[in-house]
Design a protein around this ligand. Sequence first.
Ligand SMILES: *Cc1c(COP(=O)(O)O)cnc(C)c1O
Length: 230
Amino acid sequence: MLAENFNCITQQLAKACINAGRDPQSVSLLPVSKTFPSSIIEQAIALGYQRFGENKAQELKQKAIELQQYPLSWVIIGHLQTNKAKEVARYASEIQSLDRLDLAIALDKRLQQEGRVLDALIQVKTSTEESKSGMNPEEVPIFLEQLKSFDTLHIKGFMTIAENSNNPDIVRACFRQTSELAEKMRQKTGLPLPVLSMGMSGDYALAIKEGATEVRIGSAIFGARDYTTK
Ligand SMILES: *Cc1c(COP(=O)(O)O)cnc(C)c1O
């Protein structure tokens, strides 16, 4: 069933790329395995996947330890408290939810101790929902300046979570705002900033239309999440 789901979403992503006039190779898939046990992730590993998104540092740590015999790359995509920087510095290879200076400082300190580096995306807040995290787009130019002093954080681009809305225009505007910001920041800084992580199971087609280079897909691959036992 997992193989079928991966095949299905891969085809859907290719279709969305073609509809948007884009090369299917230009969009990568980040499977989001949060809430699913290591035994399920092992099935995905058997299908050839090695990179997984998790939204909680503690869960990422547990799975990284349980699956340490595999050459995996763990990506943290959820809001991170500074007191969880240690787990992320030790076990993740990328953070997509970098959204404030004090988190960068905490990660840098721990990464230096671990002798590791992290790829990082700045998460920008494009929706009006209070519950969504991310940096205000207006603060990004200064943040990029500040980040220059952290050798341990390799800034690759931007991540956003669109408004949870049935109106495709509203959703699409969130993605467009992020890709426009990325373009502005490339011109301003001269950094390549090639990655735009935008789009989830419900809105990836719109994100691809607006230039996503990576989509984060959970439920369309692993099924509905069960939070009742957590
Ligand atoms: C859970 C999660 C996803 C995946 O969501 P689905 O709708 O299940 O595809 C993507 N991005 C972030 C930040 C998430 O927390």
